[in-house]
Design a protein around this ligand. Structure first.
Ligand SMILES: Nc1nc2c(c(=O)[nH]1)N[C@H]1C(S)=C(S)[C@@H](COP(=O)(O)O)O[C@H]1N2
Ligand SMILES: [Mo]
Length: 390
């Protein structure tokens, strides 16, 4: 059977990327995790319009063809759900019980959002931009029907890397990933990247939608009381891909392998420990590195004695953020980015090259992708018209 996403809930679909099956830097679209709050909306490409309004001097109504005629840009970005890893929490948190796979890395292509905001001519009082998806439904604590909607601060909305993405890994968006167009907010948790976009509004007051004031928020205790923080930029984190869960290793050189990411911030160091975090050694960062993309790491681990080892990996970002060893309870069911120890058995009878072969294949696929990718215009320079009132 070909690899497929791992179903967590089927109606609506919430499913994970099968991290065990990943054989390259880029996540194939068919394996890329899915996070849906409501049933997938029915979209007719012909009658679909993107309405741009609110605090603008020039409201717009764009067709799919209008969007496709705009200058495009491609951005490689890792997208992670803010609740990824929730099932590992000792204190159970409400929400989809994700394992480790609510994450993927893809190439996203589309017009920078900035271009159409400039066409719409924002009024000077604009504070945020609100994005609404076509999907709608209710929640147990919000019985009125609502659309999925989120906002971005103006600065992030105007970033040339924030896209109206119409393609994912070079192909038109799959319906489940937001066809005809989704927002792509690189470096931020997936919740910001609204799918099935049909409405964009400039607003002069902070947006207080359900998925921004009730869900996807963190309550922080400060000197003056509780402060609500909206889930935004991704935190520093790493994942072990090899050895797999419950995989048994042999004496000799074993290749430890995985990925690490820190949102828009590059990962500068990955450290491994095989004694449960008492001693640490630097791993090698390997393969391509790009802004917003996860970085692969490996460590050739010499093992002389059979036994049970507790592997732990932690990443450090360029800004000096260190992946924590425990969950910050203040984050509740979001930003679950602590290292998860992986207890691994090493046996005398096991032949080491059994598992090295799979790591070699993985490196081969990754190198082939990097080669292929050299031909893609990853950093197209765009000339922006000077918009009034921005
Ligand atoms: N319209 C709409 N956009 C949405 C969502 C949604 O339910 N509806 N889920 C968000 C969340 S929480 C995540 S993590 C990402 C997941 O994107 P994917 O399903 O393409 O992986 O989409 C975001 N955009
Ligand atoms: Mo999410």
């Amino acid at each position: 059977m070909p690899e497929q996403r791992k179903t967590v809930t089927s109606l609506p679909e919430n499913s994970e990327t099968p991290l065990d099956e990943l054989r390259g830097w880029l996540t194939p679209t068919r394996l890329f995790f899915v996070r849906n709050h409501f049933d997938m909306p029915h979209v007719s490409q012909a009658s679909w319009r993107l309405q741009v309004g609110g605090c603008v001097k020039q409201p717009l109504s764009l067709t799919y063809e209008d969007l496709q005629a705009l200058p495009e840009r491609s951005v490689l970005a890792t997208m992670e759900c803010a609740g990824n890893g929730r099932s590992f929490l000792k204190n159970k948190a409400a929400g989809v019980p994700w394992g480790a796979g609510a994450i993927g890395h893809a190439e996203w292509t589309g017009a920078p959002l900035r271009i159409i905001l400039e066409q719409a001519n924002l009024k000077p009082e604009t504070l945020e931009i609100v994005f609404e998806g076509m999907d709608e439904g209710s929640e147990p604590d919000h019985l009125d029907t609502m659309h999925f909607a989120r906002s971005l601060p103006l600065e992030k909305a105007l970033d040339p890397d924030t896209l109206l993405a119409t393609r994912m890994n070079g192909e038109p968006l799959e319906p489940i990933h937001g066809f005809p167009v989704r927002l792509l907010v690189p470096g931020w948790y997936g919740v910001a990247s609204v799918k099935w976009l049909h409405k964009i509004d400039a607003v002069s007051q902070p947006f207080r939608g359900y998925y921004q004031s009730v869900k996807y928020t963190i309550q922080r205790r400060t000197g003056t009381g509780l402060q609500t923080q909206v889930v935004g930029p991704m935190a520093v984190k790493s994942e072990i891909l090899r050895p797999r869960e419950a995989e048994v290793l042999g004496l000799g050189t074993n290749r430890l392998f995985g990925v690490a990411w820190a949102g828009a911030d590059p990962v500068t160091r990955v450290e491994v420990s095989w004694d449960g975090g008492q001693t640490w050694t630097g791993a090698d960062l390997i393969g391509p590195q790009a802004p917003y993309s996860w970085t692969m790491w490996e460590y050739l681990w010499e093992v002389a004695n059979p036994g049970e080892y507790t592997l732990v990996v932690r990443a450090v970002s360029a800004a000096g953020q260190v992946q924590p060893l425990g969950h910050d309870a203040g984050n509740g069911g979001y930003l679950i980015h602590h290292s998860r120890p992986r207890v691994t058995r090493v046996e005398r009878s096991r032949r080491v090259f059994d598992q090295r072969a799979s790591a070699d294949l993985l490196m081969y696929d990754m190198a082939a992708f990097a080669e292929e990718n050299r031909r893609l215009p990853l950093d197209v320079e765009l000339a922006f018209s000077e918009g009034e009132g921005i």
